[in-house]
Design a protein around this ligand. Structure first.
Ligand SMILES: [Zn+2]
Length: 223
């Protein structure tokens, strides 16, 4: 199967990165439903091809799915959470020219840029002698040493943050799996309930037949 991308521009879901719980859905065929979709999707899709475009299940409310997780006839996409990237770009707190330019760069671009430039800049060999044991610079430390200390602290903050991010991602994944499992077990319980109901019904029928037979037998005996 070809790699499918969700047609919603702000959504990064594709065949390759989608979680198992996410599915792709085709666009409606009736003009009535297409009009409803258009109302919701204007400004949301760079390109919408009714026959080819797919929308991932993240944009549909729960009520629009049947028990087989298929989209119902009346389903309309209504959920469009802004992505992280988008909110970075729309950062209105940026004031200076450099801040504004920084907002336009992606996180990956910035990290690569900083890392490669730091490699080019030589760390002062005597940096250690200017830094105290509680990570402050000594009064005689040159500006360069002060800056290098800041760089190292920032670097540490970044690695702590990304560790936290990884932990959070794992947590989210665990939560998602728990939700999936509980959904499945709910389905199973419902199926079991159906089976039990069927068994009870069969037993009741059998019971009725037995009662009839007893009645017939007693009638025969009474003769
Ligand atoms: Zn999507």
């Amino acid at each position: 199967m070809n790699n499918v991308h969700c047609a919603i521009t702000s959504c990064k879901i594709s065949t390759y990165n989608k979680p198992p719980s996410v599915n792709f859905h085709s666009c409606p065929t009736s003009s009535d439903m297409r009009n409803k979709w258009l109302l919701m999707l204007k400004n949301k899709c760079a390109m919408l091809d009714w026959t080819k475009s797919k929308i991932c299940s993240r944009h549909f409310e729960k009520k629009y799915f049947d028990a087989q997780r298929k989209l119902k006839e009346n389903a309309v996409p209504t959920i469009f959470a802004p992505t992280m990237e988008k909110s970075f770009q729309n950062d209105t707190t940026a004031k200076t020219r450099i801040e504004k330019l920084l907002c336009k760069q992606s996180q990956a671009q910035l990290i690569i840029d900083v890392k490669s430039n730091l490699n080019k800049l030589k760390e002062p060999t005597n940096l250690d002698s200017f830094i105290t044991d509680d990570l402050k610079w000594k009064p005689e430390a040159p500006t360069e040493a002060q800056l290098w200390l800041m760089v190292k602290k920032q670097d540490r903050i970044i690695s702590l943050l990304s560790e936290e991010l990884t932990q959070n991602k794992k947590l989210i994944e665990t939560l998602r799996k728990t939700v999936e499992t509980s959904k499945l077990s709910k389905q199973e319980t419902e199926q079991n309930l159906e089976t039990m109901k069927y068994i009870v019904k069969s037993l009741q029928e059998k019971h009725a037949t037995l009662e009839e037979q007893i009645e017939i037998l007693t009638a025969v005996e009474a003769r």
